[in-house]
Design a protein around this ligand. Structure first.
Ligand SMILES: Nc1ncnc2c1ncn2[C@@H]1O[C@H](COP(=O)(O)OP(=O)(O)OP(=O)(O)O)[C@@H](O)[C@H]1O
Ligand SMILES: [Mg+2]
Length: 374
């Protein structure tokens, strides 16, 4: 059953239509990430779920209960929706010390003192703030304040958690650690979580489902694997992955009965069953899928090594291929490549094709007899 359902949600701010029409089902217990560039409507969507913002039209159902309906005039206020949330501005009470900020909801719910104490200690330890319970928010760094907000969520144990960029103020190392902690937290609490970020690494590492948005419109939703390997369009393909996916222009053609993709002065065989007429296409290959080969082969292309950037466990190699810039990624530390002129191959099963006009991914026909479950 879906825990959170948005039906035909629209939201306009004056003449600006932030959400043209959003439908979303979030399954019970799942970790769902809204991902997209600045201004695409992530925070608006989260605030509509929370009830901090009233949608212009549509319906919001939480745990089977309608909390907003423009048609029947229902609007349940945020404090009665049973959610825990952290927003971009993490809104701690400035006049309360860290411990009071964390346990406020618990004491208001009249939980026994020993439960409150246990939860406080556990939450502080989880976010590595043990010992700072006695400080005021103004005596903490931005990152520490953010962790207090996370601790408050941990302590409250709501069945729905909404988080809007909760890690954005942390330094890189702590962000990586907190990512693991939040994922563990989700597993332990089994709370349905809606997480907003524009950081694709956070989305890929933490989510069960990623919802990619652009201009208030869902571009694709799916597992991190699907989003990364089968992007629905060029926008999703380019937004996910660092270094970025390589996009190249080619032309589909039929030569002597065989379908090929012409790329500059070479022709690579087109994948079987590519559903498109002959004509211009954009094809994409992830940097890690480019093969650097020792010798020229039937499908290899000559490439010039431009820049070599080791990142530790991997090395980013900027290449020039037939005058186009192409990025390759190899899974080891290299400070230079032995030769400047090399050969590369685009493995056929790693290429994704897009319609050049609409940017939509071109489907491959299923081979006869292939299972639909695959
Ligand atoms: N209170 C408001 N009044 C007018 N326009 C608003 C308001 N809040 C948001 N908007 C507009 O609605 C659109 C969506 O904003 P939203 O805050 O949901 O984006 P976002 O995806 O969370 O972006 P970011 O990653 O920058 O936080 C933007 O164009 C924004 O300018
Ligand atoms: Mg936002």
């Amino acid at each position: 059953m879906s825990e959170i359902t948005l039906r035909n949600i629209t939201k306009s701010y004056g003449s600006h239509l932030a959400l043209p029409s959003l439908d979303l089902d979030i399954p019970n217990g799942s970790f769902v990430t809204l991902l997209g560039p600045s201004g695409c409507g992530k925070t608006t969507t989260l605030r509509v779920i929370a009830g901090l913002e009233q949608a212009t039209t549509g319906e919001v159902v939480l745990g089977g209960k309608t909390v907003y309906s423009s048609r029947s005039g229902v609007f349940v206020p945020p404090e009665r929706r049973g959610l825990g949330f952290i927003f971009q501005s993490y809104a701690l009470w400035p006049n309360m010390k860290v411990d009071r900020n964390i346990i406020l909801a618990l004491s208001e719910a009249k939980q026994p003192a020993h439960v409150i104490e246990e939860r406080l200690a556990e939450a502080l330890a989880k976010v590595q703030l043990t010992g700072l319970a006695d400080r005021y928010p103004s005596e903490l760094s931005g990152g520490q304040q953010q962790r207090v907000a996370v601790a408050r969520l941990i302590a409250a144990r709501n069945s729905i958690l909404l988080m809007d960029e909760p890690l954005s103020n942390l330094d890189a190392k702590l962000r990586t650690e907190m990512r693991t902690e939040l994922k563990r937290l989700h597993r332990e609490l089994e709370a349905t979580t809606v997480y907003v970020t524009h950081d694709q690494v956070e989305a890929l590492t933490m989510s069960d489902i990623i919802v990619v948005m652009k201009d208030g419109i869902i571009q694709q939703q799916g597992s991190p694997y699907e989003i990364y390997h089968n992007p629905a369009n060029l926008f999703v393909a380019e937004f996910i992955g660092d270094p970025r996916i390589n996009l190249l222009d080619g032309t589909l053609a039929t030569v002597g009965g065989e379908r090929v993709v012409r790329f500059e002065d070479t022709a690579i065989p087109a994948p079987m069953g590519l559903q498109s007429l002959d004509g211009p296409v954009t094809f994409a290959i992830r940097p890690e899928n480019i093969a650097i080969v020792e010798r020229q082969g039937p499908s290899s292309l000559p490439a010039e090594v431009d820049i070599v950037q080791p990142t530790g466990s991997q090395t980013i190699i900027s290449l020039s291929v037939k005058g186009r810039r192409v990025t390759a990624l190899i899974p080891r530390f290299e400070t230079s490549l032995p030769k400047k002129s090399i050969w590369i191959e685009f493995p056929l099963d790693q290429l994704t094709f897009f319609d050049k006009g609409s940017g939509t991914r071109l489907p491959l026909a299923q081979p006869v007899g292939a299972s639909h479950a695959a």
